[in-house]
Ligand binder design. Structure first.
Ligand SMILES: [Zn+2]
Length: 294
């Protein structure tokens, strides 16, 4: 079994662990990204950290997930609003020459989808969609066991489909993207502007039935139904921090999705799985992915 260092670099946290391509993770560690990307040479900072983390332990590959768009060849990051210092650098080439092992880069949501497909026993044939509502909206599409990349590498940017009448500026630079009204950032804005006394983690408990929450759920449903109506997927996995918040009304979301889905199909046969949010998910998924590539 290959021994892989799996890494999940988010806008805030850096997660790392040894993984084996079978879902086992050991020596897992989570630390602030800021504590690693300290200089103006992000790749050198990451290489130095991996070397010190490994501490002489052997590994066969490194596999890194980014909250970013990557080029089709998965060798460099195109755009990462939360990690600007990582954009347009030769990630895999630089790191594999410094570390002396193959280095794989992918979108973090692709790793999450690999993990969830294994965990929930979803066969890789057919069309599988992973939609992850966190701060933004992550989306990975697997077709016949292969992640869809698109011509330039940027397929599956569901969070950035345009919403009519929405004028919020998105982290990607566009205005009116879906994730500005259906992602966690919108909930944070509600908490700030409308419900300042509410602890954001309690939003769904305290404001169940409120029309602002109903609107938010409708936006999430539009997002999911858009993809379902285009792809008629074998399975949709919905995950991320938002659907895993206390009191999140999955039944309402499901009803709203079905209400927007073409009938009789895919509406009548739609298979939706709600995935748990797990700290080690993308690190384990990074291992699955690297193990397939090695
Ligand atoms: Zn956008």
């Amino acid at each position: 079994m290959n021994r892989i260092i799996g890494i999940d670099i988010g806008g805030t946290n850096f997660r790392i662990g040894f993984t084996d391509g079978a879902g086992n993770v050991s020596a897992f560690s989570k630390l602030p990204v800021k504590s690693i990307l300290k200089s103006d040479d992000a790749l050198s900072d990451i290489a130095s950290y991996i070397t010190s983390y490994a501490g002489g332990r052997k590994y066969d590959a490194v596999s890194i997930g980014f909250p970013a768009t990557l080029n089709r060849e998965r060798t460099r990051i195109l755009q990462a609003p939360n990690l600007r210092s990582m954009e347009n650098l030769p990630v895999t080439e630089y790191l594999s020459s410094r570390l002396g092992v193959p280095v794989f880069a992918e979108r973090d949501v692709t790793f999450a989808l690999y993990y969830d497909m294994r965990k929930y026993g979803i066969p890789p044939n057919g069309v599988i969609c992973g939609i992850y509502f966190g701060t933004g909206i992550g989306n990975a599409i697997m077709i016949g066991g292969v992640p869809l990349t698109g011509r330039d590498g940027t397929a599956g940017e569901l969070g950035h489909i345009p919403v009519h009448g929405c004028h919020e500026v998105c982290g990607c630079g566009l205005t009116g993207c879906m994730e500005t009204v259906a992602g966690g950032k919108y909930l944070a804005r509600l908490q700030r502007e409308v419900w300042p006394e509410t602890n954001i983690a309690e939003t769904f408990m305290e404001h169940e039935g409120d029309e602002l929450i109903a609107g938010f759920l409708a936006n999430m449903a539009e997002c999911v139904a858009s993809e379902v109506n285009i792809l008629d997927p074998d399975c949709v996995i919905i995950g991320g921090g938002v659907p895993n918040m206390k009191g999140f009304p999955r039944d309402v979301l499901h009803r709203e999705i079905i209400a927007r889905t073409r009938r009789p199909y895919p509406a009548e046969n739609l298979r939706v799985i709600y995935a748990d949010d797990e700290a080690e998910k993308c690190v384990a998924g990074a291992g699955y992915y690297a193990n397939l590539r090695l």
